[in-house]
Design a protein around this ligand. Structure first.
Ligand SMILES: Nc1ncnc2c1ncn2[C@@H]1O[C@H](COP(=O)(O)OP(=O)(O)OP(=O)(O)O)[C@@H](O)[C@H]1O
Ligand SMILES: [Mg+2]
Length: 509
């Protein structure tokens, strides 16, 4: 049988960066094929070429044994190729049905056709166990459900080849399991799936074959049944990865943060945070575990000065943080930074970087004062030196301070944000989902850095949906559910089942 897709010597450069170099491999029809590699290895670029979004500089793509030109995404869709991007492309205040019809041939159609499309969507949902109501609004759906809408859209457009670029980065464990169930059904129908992920366990769980990319090239191709996570990690990074990082004994110092009676109501009076009480001492990492959407983001936003609480108090190094008597949070994030509160926002693209600005400019955002000379002028020499040091220390690739940061791969953007906050020498560091979309080598580097800060006496509040990450870093674990704290454990009481129960927890309302 001809492979569904064959890449033959694909090369693609962006300026001086060779994103793909002589890439050749095949993807068997009816298989689930994993593509892995470090941040910036060229995975998304290759898939964007297959999806007609970029044109290769040289090389060929064969579909079912036939060389094809794929000049744009429209052509790709016509050839039965579908792609689910990491950032969904859905219109929030439209229904599932409208979103599917929007993208389809002919755009928005007549009412009579709507009924037919709706019926077809219900059929697809039943076949693939998508558990979606075609008439639900996107904004009312969880992230996992929104992703199922993207998949529904592709199936409706009769995609035979489905590309998923890091689909599980924002999913909970249950959502991932249900996505994989859908992918297995898809495969049973003889369709082909290409899965990009940084999570090697997922590769082991669901793929048939894996291609490993490194610095734009194919570094290896293996059958999943004949490899292991360790072997894959080695192929990806070129060295073994340490799973258990060493950490100094737990010796917390003075109290740094004390949160008491914190409440948050939204404009409609809905309670987003209910009576939150906890504290963090110097030299400890407190992790908040929980399914996202249970108040963790709001809590982080308040502590970073991006939102005002409705009630309650936060003391930082003994002083009450100045929320009281304010109409809005304008200027507060800067005030908090100046006090010594660093923040690695969980939504990197929205709050962490300014995409159209250079890497160098992004390394000073929020900390402009510290690189300003007497008289108010920027000290460009200092900025450049600072940036060069940071790119080197955190191994940001490519090492180019003038590149627009939006052109760096996701993991490399994350390194810049973390480096910027670490460099500011905070006393309290708020870290949201620090390793989302980050490769395993970089996860190791980021974790090492956070543990180093902890051992140097920084208080760290970590919000993470990855329990493995919580286990690797935390001294204490707080679990949140429904805007309330449902439990607290010390790290030596770590127990996935108990945490799972607390995450789905009953709480007093
Ligand atoms: N439009 C672009 N302009 C300039 N450089 C780009 C562009 N798109 C990608 N690159 C560069 O090409 C290289 C490959 O990027 P790509 O996004 O394919 O990596 P990736 O393997 O998907 O990484 P990640 O795991 O972080 O998503 C990176 O060095 C990236 O900075
Ligand atoms: Mg990518």
């Amino acid at each position: 049988m001809q492979p569904a897709v064959e890449f033959r010597s694909i090369s693609k450069a962006f300026g001086a960066v060779q994103a793909n170099a002589d890439v050749s491999f095949s993807i068997a029809k009816g298989s689930i094929h994993g593509v892995i590699g470090e941040n910036g290895a060229g995975k998304s670029t290759l898939m964007s070429i297959l999806y007609g979004y970029y044109q290769a500089d040289s090389g060929q793509i064969l579909l079912d044994g036939q060389a094809r030109s794929i000049p744009n995404s429209h052509a790709a869709i016509g050839l039965g190729i579908g792609m689910v991007h990491q950032h969904f492309m859905l219109v929030d205040n439209f229904t599932v049905l409208d979103n599917v019809m929007l993208g389809a041939e002919g755009g928005i159609q007549l009412a009579s056709q709507r009924a037919a499309v709706e019926a077809r969507l219900r059929e697809i949902c039943a076949t693939y166990q998508l558990e979606l109501d075609p008439l639900a609004k996107i904004e009312d759906l969880s992230v996992g459900a929104q992703q199922r809408v993207e998949i529904l859209k592709q199936i409706y457009r009769s995609a035979n080849i489905l590309i998923l670029d890091e689909p599980t980065a924002v999913l909970t464990a249950q959502e991932t399991a249900s996505l994989f169930q859908i992918l297995r059904l898809f495969k049973e129908q003889g369709k082909t799936i290409i899965l990009i992920t940084h999570k090697l366990q997922e590769i082991m769980d669901i793929t048939d074959e894996v291609t490993v990319m490194r610095a734009g090239r194919v570094a290896g191709a293996v059958r999943t049944a004949e490899t292991s996570k360790e072997a894959l990690a080695n192929l990806m990074v070129g060295r073994p990865i340490q799973n258990e990082l060493p950490r100094a004994p737990y010796k917390p110092g003075a109290s740094v943060l004390e949160v008491s009676g914190l409440q948050l109501r939204d404009a409609h009076g809905v309670q987003l945070l209910r009576d939150i009480n906890f504290s963090i001492r110097a030299g400890e990492i407190v992790a908040i575990a929980g399914v996202s959407g249970n108040g963790q983001s709001e809590l982080m936003a308040i502590l970073a000065g991006m939102r005002l609480p409705s009630a309650g108090q936060v003391r930082f190094l003994g002083q009450a943080l100045p929320y009281a008597g304010r109409k809005d949070a304008d200027g507060l994030p800067k005030t908090f930074r100046d006090l010594g509160i660093g923040h690695v926002p969980e939504d990197r693209l929205r709050d962490g970087v300014i995409k159209d600005f250079s890497v160098m400019q992004n390394t000073v955002f929020g900390y402009q004062d510290r690189v300003t000379k007497a008289g108010g002028l920027f000290d460009f020499k200092a900025i450049a030196a600072r940036c060069a040091g940071l790119l080197k220390a955190f191994d940001v690739r490519p090492n180019n301070p003038d590149l627009r940061i939006g052109l760096l791969s996701g993991g490399n953007q994350q390194k810049v944000v973390i480096a910027r906050e670490v460099l500011a020498q905070p006393k309290l560091l708020l870290v949201g989902q620090p390793t989302r979309g980050v490769d395993i080598g970089t996860i190791e580097a980021i974790h090492t850095e956070l543990l180093r800060l902890r051992d140097a006496g920084v208080a760290i509040l970590l919000v993470s949906v990855e329990l493995e990450e919580v286990r690797a870093l935390a001294d204490r674990i707080i679990v949140m559910s429904g805007g309330a704290i449902t439990g607290e454990l010390a790290i030596d009481e770590f127990d996935t089942t108990r945490i799972g129960l607390l995450m789905g927890g009953m709480h007093k309302s």
